[in-house]
Design a protein around this ligand. Structure first.
Ligand SMILES: NC(=O)c1ccc[n+]([C@@H]2O[C@H](COP(=O)([O-])OP(=O)(O)OC[C@H]3O[C@@H](n4cnc5c(N)ncnc54)[C@H](OP(=O)(O)O)[C@@H]3O)[C@@H](O)[C@H]2O)c1
Length: 328
């Protein structure tokens, strides 16, 4: 597995990680044993980075990772990124207090079975939180207390990322960036690189669209967010299909698939594209061991030609730009 160095994180990380929202079982029917198999498959294929959150399955995803790590002699080689904030009810800026941070991180430490969390990310808080100096001081207090090693942010928009980038010790920014979401390439990636901050690409497959396997007739299970959040009523619309209307995404993905080099899958090309654009890591979600294996193998994807890169940019301009560029 190729690794990348993130100066502000203080460690090298796998270029391809694993997103574990699915393993919480909130919307994908993944049982405890399958969850272990997915984690094992990712690890066997070389992945040493997992992304989770305290709310995924109300702690079930973190607990699954804790169980996985407890069975490994090489657990020190793994980097686990978790998130906090979404347990707040109501989810308002005032909920982001040092007391809450301590409670939330203590619960995550227990779920993961570690003394110190490798990294905690603010989990897409309300926008004003990113500009609140007190919140960052509280994160530094958690570091001094040994609860966390480093901290980062997960964001919905480029503007939120640029606000967080004003903090000199920010370690990582998690943002939606993929072939259907190019705006972070303009300023977030270059500024993050200059400042030693790692960009974590979430939804690298645009919720699966970029595998090229869906068509206009594809349906998803009733409990799947790709059924119940298409209109963005339950959570930010960008988290489902990257904010692209499904039928538009299917048509665009068909053109992306036509560019796939022989011997590779379209999903692997989508991940290879992200590596070429310079993200620190990417966290494709997988509900099956085979998906985790195939995604990890994309770390060896060959460079795409200039012509293919230009063709992918053109697909974005024709199908996606109008839906996402001015929104996120
Ligand atoms: N606010 C936040 O911070 C936030 C929000 C959302 C997600 N995340 C993180 O980002 C991670 C990734 O997000 P995501 O899972 O929603 O989006 P994603 O990685 O873009 O898409 C995952 C979906 O792609 C399909 N897939 C995965 N590997 C495949 C392969 N090799 N071949 C074919 N299809 C494949 C699967 O769909 P099928 O199920 O149809 O097979 C899977 O459910 C999450 O697990 C979570 O860790 C963070």
């Amino acid at each position: 597995m190729r690794t990348t160095t993130v100066p502000n994180l203080g460690r090298d990380i796998s270029l391809v990680g694993l997103g574990t929202w699915q393993l919480g079982g909130d919307w994908a029917t993944v049982g405890d044993e399958t969850a272990q198999q997915v984690l094992d498959a990712a690890a066997d294929a070389g992945t040493r980075l997992f992304d989770t959150a305290d709310v995924y399955g109300d702690g079930r995803s973190e607990t699954a990772i804790g169980r996985f790590l407890a069975a490994r002699d090489d657990r020190a080689d793994f980097t686990v990124l978790t998130k906090m904030g979404r347990r707040a009810d109501p989810h308002i800026p005032e909920a982001y207090t040092l007391d809450s941070f301590r409670r939330w991180t203590d619960r995550s430490r227990e779920n993961l079975g570690v003394d110190t969390l490798d990294l905690v990310q603010l989990h897409c808080p309300p926008t004003p939180v990113y500009a609140d100096a007190r919140v960052y001081d509280d994160l530094r207090t958690l570091q001094q207390e040994g609860r966390i090693a480093r901290w980062g942010v997960s964001v919905e928009t480029v503007d939120e990322a640029l606000t967080a980038l004003e903090q000199p010790d920010l370690a990582t920014i998690q943002i939606i960036v993929n072939i259907f979401r190019r705006k972070p390439l303009e300023r977030v990636l270059p500024e993050a690189r200059d400042k030693g901050v790692g960009v974590i690409a979430r939804l690298p497959l645009a919720s699966g669209l970029l595998s090229g396997k869906y068509d206009e007739h594809t349906t998803f299970a009733p409990e799947d967010h790709r059924t119940w959040n298409r209109d963005g009523k339950a959570m930010n619309i960008g988290e489902t299909f990257s904010g692209i209307p499904f039928e538009v995404g299917v048509a665009a993905a068909r053109e992306v698939a036509a560019l796939t080099p022989e011997g590779w899958t379209t999903a692997q090309m989508a991940l290879g594209w992200l590596a070429q654009e310079g993200v620190a890591t990417m966290i494709p979600g997988a509900s099956k061991p085979a998906q985790a294996r195939s995604n990890a193998a994309a770390a060896d994807f060959p460079e795409l030609s200039d012509a293919t890169m230009a063709a992918l940019a053109d697909i974005y301009d024709r199908y996606c730009r109008e839906h996402v560029h001015h929104v996120f």
